[in-house]
Design a protein. Sequence first.
Length: 452
Amino acid sequence: MTHHPDRPTDHPAEQPAEQPAERPAPGGQLSGKSSRQPAERPAASRAPERRTAGERPVTGQVAVRDADTTEAFTDTLTGRGLADALEDALEEAVSAAEPLQARAVRGVPASSGVMQRLRSDPETVERDLVKLVLTVVELIRQLMERQALRRVEDGSLTPEQERAYRDALTRAARTGYDLIRRGRPVLDAVEKAVTVLEDDPNFNAGRGAVFNTDAEHELDASIMNGRDLRAGAVAGVRNTRNPVSLARLVMEKSPHVMMAGRGADQFALRNGLPYTTQDYFWTQKRWDQLMAAKGRAQAKGGAGNGHTEVGGTVGAVGLDRSRDVAAATSTGGLTDKQVGRVGDSPIIGAGTYANNRTVAVSCTGTGEVFIRGTAAHDISALMEYGNQPVQAAAARVVTEKIPALGATGAAIALDARGNLAVPHSTKGVINAYVTRDGRVVTRLYDDETPVR
């Protein structure tokens, strides 16, 4: 989930030259995300207009190319979309084709530019027509490709599924934002926002977590306070209902930063966190995904490697009235993963990081690569030592460094001035944010959230 409102009037922030970062409003912000791949948007539910970069969330976030011929379509592509551009191109192609075929041009006067050019330079018109047809073909290809990008692994979202995702993101964003608005610390906001998503079976965290190769659930989570750099994390827990709350407990009730496995579950039980059996996390959808993954692995003659499902990790970043930032992340990992496998979500500096001097970050993607690239801390380092704005720093790590290491992913990053960035090298990232006036905006489709 993520949020991005207007820039706080009392804390002006630098904007990247190429594309300003999204921002929340003063007083506290909350942004969050889920890494589930974007779905194909049903025609009836397409957003009327895409929001421009530079928008900011509120005070509380729990955070085609061919020289002459295609130049005419550039503005159309960026302004109205491929479908409109394709329609315009086809109309122009028809208008140009009819006079070449010596047929009457309906609605085009004899003095039109096309007719004049045809009489004066038929070879040029024919050459331009060929280029135009090629452009139309390219537009069709891009349109088909874009529609493919709007699909998720298991098909398009139904209206009911879309409503369920938007409702869950709204509840999480509203939960965190309301806490900040009442003066609670940002750490409370990001924790509670994430627990909302852990309790929702649609997400790969808590109740809806995926299965490992032994058909068990092993859950990871982390949380970090930007004010003092304290952090807590858990890995491979099996019986704690809300792993992110256990991560906070590790931070506040122990001298440690991370606990794992049975010891972590026992620590939760001793400190009064809700304990549950494994069947609480079971969902039919995740079971079906495990069976499908094992079927594919068997067909290939090998064991599952856990690379069959990347999606559903949840996270939140926030900024409160004291200008403290915090971040939290929770996940069930990968479908059919090896028992004991741990990704980046519970690793401070890889999947989660927060520092009041710079930024709060929650990541999602191929965990092994995010660990190797220390992705979350790298965003902070580029801001602190390289003086880069959050949008540029986050985009450099997520859309350049991580792909160069052979993987994809996404992040939500909220700086101490309220600027929000949601870069992704995946097809998209489900996210939500809260505007200055308290309105929650949810974004499910790949064309709703800019790549950088």
